[in-house]
Design a binder for this molecule. Structure first.
Ligand SMILES: *Cc1c(COP(=O)(O)O)cnc(C)c1O
Length: 365
């Protein structure tokens, strides 16, 4: 039986193999691996791509979020508002700086933070809102920025799943005060290892983040604050420079897959993802919902179609957050219990997409 994987790097990686190997060979021969011209080049390229002034490369997406929070001096006893339905990193970054994550519900149709529920969560301790552009679709940033302005809160984008997504025609990464990107291999723009970046229009924050990420130093062996080490290295930056050139193409491909799914799947037992008309998602994931989700997943598996659940346990129900376990976020719980991510990647073939659509339409769950 033929299987359709959930994700596959090969179609893109076959195309760019020559370029990637050339980059590797050049760096290998040059022998300069940290803080060099490749990182600088990528930072310039990616800032430009996001229509933002500054980009600071760092170790990964979690650290990008953490660096922004530290850059804004958010710390113990401060509160940061974030959606209850997201990857755990969005909340962990808040916990890592000693602050307290305050959850708001997602909306059931877009899976994104319900901006209408933010204001009721604001207290004297609230310092920031993290807007997670989950699955490749952006949050309602005009509303969130308005609240940020009214209460003097920083608006931080968690853009780890949304490289290139548009909100009212504007690029992710320059929609709030600062944004965090992950270049984990499976993201829309992925390195061949761990990598991340902070993107912002604020010069002061960019300098601060660079200082914190560089052992609290702007001048070698002079340490102003107790910083950390979070670096994007030359090899990953050079790979990212290559892959960035293909990002619009691979995102367009994902959009095409999503359009086919959205036009083709018409089973009343399957709830399709809702897209706000002002949004242009980049479909990091294509997430449907269905009441008997586990049944659907095993039905698809029998047909050779791989699916994944993003995410099966809401953060407030995780053991790591046991102090939150008695809290109740019914919408987040409902999504966790019913969501299923379909195969989605650059190079997924037309007949494979049709096979997935047909399997879903035949499902009698
Ligand atoms: C992947 C991801 C992160 C963390 O990125 P890493 O590079 O894995 O540290 C943060 N937030 C979201 C929404 C993510 O999907």
């Amino acid at each position: 039986m033929k299987t359709i994987p959930f994700a596959d790097f090969t179609p893109l990686h076959d195309e760019i193999k020559q370029e990637i190997f050339q980059e590797f060979e050049a760096i290998y021969n040059k022998g300069w691996f940290i803080n060099g011209s490749k990182v600088e080049e990528f930072e310039n390229n990616f800032a430009k791509y996001c229509n933002a002034k500054y980009c600071v490369g760092c170790g990964n997406g979690l650290e990008a979020l953490e660096l922004i929070l530290r850059g804004y001096d958010i710390k113990e006893k401060d509160e940061v508002i974030v959606c209850a339905h997201t990857f755990i990193a969005s909340a962990l970054a808040i916990s890592k700086v000693g602050a307290v994550p305050i959850f708001v519900e997602p909306t059931i149709d877009t899976y994104l933070m319900n901006a209408k529920q933010i204001e009721e969560k604001i207290t004297e301790k609230t310092k920031a809102i993290i807007a997670v552009h989950l699955y490749g679709q952006t949050c309602d940033m005009d509303v969130i920025n308005e609240i940020g302005k009214k209460y003097n809160l920083k608006v931080i984008e968690d853009a780890a799943q949304a490289h290139g997504a548009l909100y009212k025609g504007r690029k992710v990464g320059s929609l709030g005060n600062a944004s965090a990107f992950s270049f984990y291999p499976g993201k829309n723009l992925g390195a061949l290892g761990d990598a991340g970046a902070v993107v912002t229009n604020e010069k002061e924050l960019a300098l601060k983040v660079r200082e914190i990420a560089n052992y609290g130093s702007t001048e070698k062996y002079h340490h102003i604050i107790k910083g950390t080490n979070s670096r994007l290295d030359e090899i990953q930056a050079s790979f990212l420079n290559v892959k960035l050139k293909y990002l619009d193409k691979t995102n367009a491909y994902r959009k095409d897959v999503a359009t086919r799914y959205r036009n083709g799947i018409n089973n009343p037992n399957i709830i399709m993802p809702f897209v706000e008309n002002y949004n242009e998602p980049v479909w990091h994931l294509f997430v449907i919902r269905t009441p008997k989700r586990d049944l659907l997943q095993s039905y698809l598996k029998e047909k050779g179609i791989q699916t994944v659940i993003h995410y099966p346990i809401p953060i407030h129900k995780q053991k790591a957050y046991d102090e939150y376990n008695t809290l109740c976020f019914p919408i987040a719980e409902e999504i966790a219990n019913t969501c299923l991510s379909l195969p989605m990647y650059y190079g997924l073939k037309e007949e494979e997409i049709d096979f997935v659509i047909e399997a879903l339409n035949q499902y009698k769950g």
